[in-house]
Ligand binder design. Structure first.
Ligand SMILES: Nc1nc2c(ncn2[C@@H]2O[C@H](COP(=O)(O)OP(=O)(O)OP(=O)(O)O)[C@@H](O)[C@H]2O)c(=O)[nH]1
Ligand SMILES: [Mg+2]
Length: 200
């Protein structure tokens, strides 16, 4: 079946406000990481095409827990809270950063990070900080540039170039739009190749 029409079976496994509350590690797991409001939850729902799974909002700060989903073939994804949401309380921000850091540092079955960046904002401060931190933890990263529909094709190309100048991505960024069916196939092709290549 064409990837565009394929629906993935995916189910919610559980949530955690703190690292130690996460369901036990099982299978091959990938985290969906990115700035608050970049489109992480939307990306999960759209790329899996399995009906609404992750909660989405126009306002940043929607996802406040790590939410674990079981996909097919022993694959798991985790929707994380966003970083860089200035309006959240200091306590909330601290808890989110600790959850993200503890998770990415310590989760034993974490195979890689799907890092979402808004295609319109290369070099946003919070992403620069995340980049430095991702370099330190050394997990494989697949960059995905979200909201591609907001820009023309030629503008998209220029943005990709700019992102590549700012960040030394090991992988070519994937352009994604939750308004375009075609994004799904493009993403899954790239994700599967990245997985099979041992994320290198
Ligand atoms: N035009 C467009 N809008 C998008 C796209 N992806 C997400 N959005 C919108 O961006 C907003 C934020 O989406 P979410 O998926 O809730 O973002 P998030 O990264 O999960 O946010 P937090 O949970 O707050 O960290 C929503 O209004 C979405 O409809 C996209 O590809 N194109
Ligand atoms: Mg979210």
């Amino acid at each position: 079946m064409a990837e565009e029409q394929k629906k993935y079976s995916a189910e919610f496994v559980g949530s955690a406000a703190r690292f130690k509350e996460l369901p036990a590690p099982e299978g091959e797991e990938y985290a969906v990481l990115g700035r608050s409001n970049v489109g992480k939850s939307t990306f999960i729902n759209h790329s899996l095409a399995c009906g609404p799974l992750a909660r989405v909002s126009k306002k940043p700060g929607k996802t406040t827990l790590a939410n674990l989903y079981r996909l097919e073939d022993g694959l798991f994804w985790v929707d994380l809270p966003g970083y860089g949401y200035a309006e959240a309380s200091a306590d909330e921000k601290d808890r989110w950063s600790k959850l993200i850091a503890d998770y990415c540092d310590n989760r034993s079955n974490l195979a890689g990070i799907i890092w979402l960046l808004d295609i319109r904002h290369p070099g946003a401060k919070a992403d620069m900080e995340a980049y430095n931190w991702l370099g330190e933890i050394g997990r494989p990263v697949l960059p995905v540039l979200t909201k591609g529909d907001k820009l023309s094709r030629s503008r998209q190309k220029r943005q990709v170039k700019e992102f590549r100048e700012i960040f030394a991505f090991g992988e070519e960024p994937v352009i994604y739009s939750s308004l375009q069916h075609g994004s799904r196939a493009v993403f899954w092709d790239r994700f599967n190749a990245w997985r099979k290549g041992g994320n290198r």
